[in-house]
Design a protein around this ligand. Structure first.
Ligand code: HEM
Ligand SMILES: *[C@@H]1O[C@H](CO)[C@@H](O)[C@H](O)[C@H]1NC(C)=O
Ligand SMILES: *[C@@H]1O[C@H](CO)[C@@H](O)[C@H](O)[C@H]1NC(C)=O
Length: 322
């Protein structure tokens, strides 16, 4: 009897631990490296700062890398891995190929961090901090970044193809893709405000500027000027996602949508007579409500399925497993 109740106790304790550890984002914390790497934040920020001073767009590219990391099996640095003989990485997945950039800057940040605190800070966390710093440096809001993620030992091209939303998606598919990682419709619209910075390639907005009707005609005409109609010509020509202030993190993205000047088909879906119109209106009217919802949603996106405890590893070089 005694041994029965003690084994019951052991099972219950184990069950409790499994449930508790299961919510692994509970293990992320803002002071995770405060003892093990006290100069982490200033080290990251100074590298991000010089990269953005060289090219303002780099802030946008780093922010997007974090999004593309978190949506594919969680924020685990998988997007940073180069292809190997045993797996094809995410860099050549459809949403990233010829498009995701900033990997050299991540390498520079990681080298500086390794110099300060060797073997301590994950690449996944480096990306989380670099994203926040990018937003701040480009004039956006600040937030405390939760840390303690570890790095994946593998990557998945298929998961990247399937999990990252496409610019061709309609509202319902966009909503499903965010819901699949635990983000609400409102959080999606707030996060999409990241398109207040950065650039897109002609191949991703050609159909919109030539064929869609929910677009301001002078805006469409202007964008056609640098994006030839024929597929294959000028595919990589760039245009700003926010035509007004492409290197300033503000709420102009939402003002553009109200004026039917969203660059991507997916952007304009958020203001197209549907359920998200009211959210776009409120963010366009209030920079404050946008920034508070954006920062909260960035923290929530950063909580997606982290590797913690003894899972994964602290990669030395963000491009390859140890
Ligand atoms: C709502 C679904 C989304 C779709 C369909 C989407 C799609 C895209 C596409 C197609 C591009 C241009 C890529 C190219 O032409 O090479 C782009 C750029 C960008 N995206 Fe998104 N995106 C979405 C949400 C987000 C989110 C949630 C973030 C970050 C929180 C984000 C951050 C960015 C940034 C900053 C850029 C510019 C990158 C640069 O200039 O290098 N996007 N996105
Ligand atoms: C992912 O998409 C790319 C580009 O469309 C394609 O070449 C590749 O085969 C896809 N990979 C998987 C595993 O689905
Ligand atoms: C516009 O739509 C037509 C008819 O569906 C299609 O044939 C054409 O390829 C589209 N053009 C672009 C640039 O997407």
């Amino acid at each position: 009897m005694a041994s029965f109740s003690s084994s019951l106790k052991a099972i219950l304790t184990l069950a409790f631990l499994v449930i508790f550890m299961g919510s692994s984002s509970a293990q992320l914390s803002t002071d995770f490296y405060s003892k093990s790497c006290p100069n982490l934040f200033s080290t990251v920020k100074s590298v991000v700062h010089s990269a953005i001073a060289k090219e303002a767009r780099m802030g946008a590219s780093l922010l997007r890398l974090f999004f593309h990391d978190c949506f594919v099996n969680g924020c685990d640095g998988s997007v940073l891995l180069d292809d190997t003989s045993s797996f094809t990485g995410e860099k050549r997945a459809a949403p990233n190929f010829n498009s995701a950039r900033g990997f050299n800057v991540v390498d520079d940040i990681k080298s500086a961090v390794e110099k300060a605190c060797p073997g301590v800070v994950s690449c996944a966390d480096v990306l989380a901090i670099a994203s926040r710093d990018s937003v701040v440096i480009l004039g956006g809001p600040n937030w405390n970044v939760k840390l303690g993620r570890r790095d994946a030992r593998t990557a998945s091209q298929g998961a990247a193809n399937n999990s990252i939303p496409r610019p061709t998606f309609n509202l319902n598919r966009l909503i499903s893709s965010f819901n699949a990682v635990g983000l609400s419709t409102k959080e999606m619209v707030a996060l999409a405000g990241a398109h207040t910075i950065g650039q897109a390639r002609c191949t991703n907005f050609r159909a919109r500027v030539y064929n869609e009707t929910n677009i301001d005609s002078s805006f469409a005409q202007r964008r056609r000027g640098n994006c030839p109609r024929t597929t294959g010509s000028g595919d990589n020509n760039l245009a700003p996602l926010d035509l007004q202030t492409p290197t300033a993190f503000d709420n102009n993205y939402y003002k553009n949508l109200i004026n039917r000047r969203g660059l991507l088909h997916s952007d304009q879906q958020f203001f197209n007579g549907g359920s998200t119109d009211s959210i776009v209106r409120s963010y366009s009217n209030s920079q404050g409500s946008f920034t508070s919802d954006f920062t909260a949603a960035m923290i929530k996106m950063g909580d997606i399925s982290p590797l913690t405890g003894s899972k994964g590893e602290i990669r030395k070089n963000c491009r390859k497993i140890n």
